[in-house]
Design a protein around this ligand. Structure first.
Ligand SMILES: [Zn+2]
Length: 477
């Protein structure tokens, strides 16, 4: 009988990690995610990690791991892979094709950030006569991860270690995101099935399909990010966005949209493209000022066969092959020079840039030129975690500190709900209700208060008892 250890994303949303020990002593690591931020819902897209607790030792010996399975490329699900490899893991890493492509982008970027952070910290330490620190991992480690990837198509059943098979189903969260089914052959020839929901997409996010329905599992691990509520997701949110863009046009300034590079940015560009196609976009230029998001766009379009049917048909009908066909006023600014040139644009532009919570990235540069101006607008479309600059602005601070300078918040600030890339409460329950045999249910990837609400809803609506595991808990599969 296989055993499952709950090692990460337990009563919190980041650091996804589960260790499975099979009856014949093989070790499979399901997820190898990085811990991010403080208490956050959806900071899974950007590499704006503060390194907190990622430095402590793994709860296992990486040399003893035989294979890794990754649900999707977000850094809180894949970001510790370079460290796993640097500490001796040499086995295969199974993930979908798009996830494998996105991992290249995200892990190299993450390694670069680790190197830069350590460099900065060590300069500070040197001045104080302190010992230098080592980065969590370096680019070479990330490059090594890439060599160990084993891309697998959706719905293709492959062997992970002898007697254990994985099948990925579309989770509809970001491109390549998967629900993971693991089947364990038991010594008595029976099969035990573990289903891990991964991050389940919201039915309201554009481009992505509705999460695939699975009907059989013995044990189910269900994400609970929004276990406490349903999203308001309808045309209203989009009309609200158009209304803000119209107002911004009248006011005469620019519009800033901080957005995570993978997932949220592509959703926003899709919506802006739709407004453009419908003649409802008053601005003259949309700048995408994020090298990572620009590359992620290409990966999205390369995998557009995974877009939902309706949108895929529409893109086909309009002969759309990349995001610029869809939104012709889109201007990509990958280089620092191109990015800085935006500073001269005083009116009629929409600037989409990272990081999503304004703790760094190019959006901060745009604050310097736009945030203090009363004719400018700032639109938040994602959750802002406590302690971030974005959250401070949402909470109404008068000024924020940007590059050792206090910038007044003069721009009009808007927070738009309804753009979540995660399933809401009813959708989570509905999705789980399709399992025919009522598997043993464990809630993971959520804050405790939200999980407790989801747990009681499962009891109330389906009379189904859900367990909320503690960190380090171990169950038999
Ligand atoms: Zn995610």
């Amino acid at each position: 009988m296989a055993l499952l250890n709950f090692l990460g994303a337990i009563q919190q949303v980041t650091g996804s990690c589960y260790l499975i020990e099979t009856f014949d002593k093989k070790n499979i690591l399901l997820e190898c995610g990085m811990q991010q931020g403080g208490d956050s819902h959806e900071n899974d897209n950007d590499n704006n990690d503060n390194g907190k607790s990622n430095g402590s030792a793994f709860a296992f010996n990486p040399e003893h791991i035989d294979a890794v399975v990754i649900s999707h490329a977000h850094i809180d699900h894949s970001g510790m892979l370079p460290r796993l490899v640097s500490e001796g893991f040499r086995g295969p890493i199974f993930a979908t094709e798009a996830t494998c492509e996105l991992m290249e982008l995200m892990l190299l970027d993450s390694a670069h950030i680790q190197e830069k952070d350590a460099e900065w910290e060590n300069r500070w330490r040197a001045r104080r006569g302190k010992k230098a620190i080592k980065p969590l991992y370096v680019s070479q480690d990330a490059e090594r991860v890439l060599k160990q990837r084993k891309p697998v198509s959706y719905e293709k059943r492959v062997e992970v270690v002898p007697g254990v098979h994985v099948t990925f189903a579309d989770a509809g969260h970001i491109i390549g995101a998967a629900i993971v089914k693991l089947e364990f052959a038991e010594p008595n020839d029976s099969v035990r099935t573990l289903v891990f929901s991964g991050d389940l997409g919201s039915t309201c996010s554009p481009l992505m399909k509705t999460p695939a329905i699975l009907k059989h599992a013995d044990v189910l691990l269900l994400e609970s990010t929004y276990g406490d509520r349903d999203h308001r997701c309808n045309e209203e949110t989009l009309d609200e966005l158009v209304a803000i863009l119209e107002q911004a046009d009248k006011d005469g300034g620019n519009v800033m949209i901080p957005a995570f590079s993978v997932g949220r940015t592509q959703d926003i560009l899709f919506h802006l493209g739709r407004f453009y196609q419908e003649g409802r976009l008053p601005q003259h230029t949309v700048y995408l000022d994020s090298p990572m998001a620009i590359r992620a766009n290409d990966i999205y379009f390369r995998h557009r066969e995974d877009f939902d049917e309706e949108n895929r048909a529409m893109l086909k009908k309009h002969n759309i092959h990349n995001v610029s066909d869809w939104l012709p006023i889109l201007k990509l600014t990958p280089t620092p020079e191109e990015s800085m040139a935006i500073n001269n644009v005083k009116s009629g532009a929409i600037i989409v840039a990272g990081s999503g919570m304004c703790n760094g990235g190019r959006i901060v540069h745009h604050f310097k030129h736009n945030l203090w101006r009363e004719d400018c607008h700032l639109i938040f479309t994602g959750f802002q975690a406590r302690g971030t600059t974005g959250r401070a602005i949402v909470d109404g601070v008068k000024s924020v500190r940007v590059f050792r300078e206090d910038i007044m918040v003069g721009a009009q600030v808007h927070t738009l709900g309804g753009f979540s890339a995660h399933a809401g409460q009813s959708q989570l329950i509905e999705w789980a209700s399709h399992f025919e045999n009522r598997p043993e249910l464990h809630l993971i990837h959520g804050e405790l208060d939200k999980m407790l609400i989801l747990q009681s809803e499962f009891k109330k609506r389906l009379n189904w008892d859900a367990n909320i595991p503690e960190l380090g808990d171990r169950i038999a599969l």
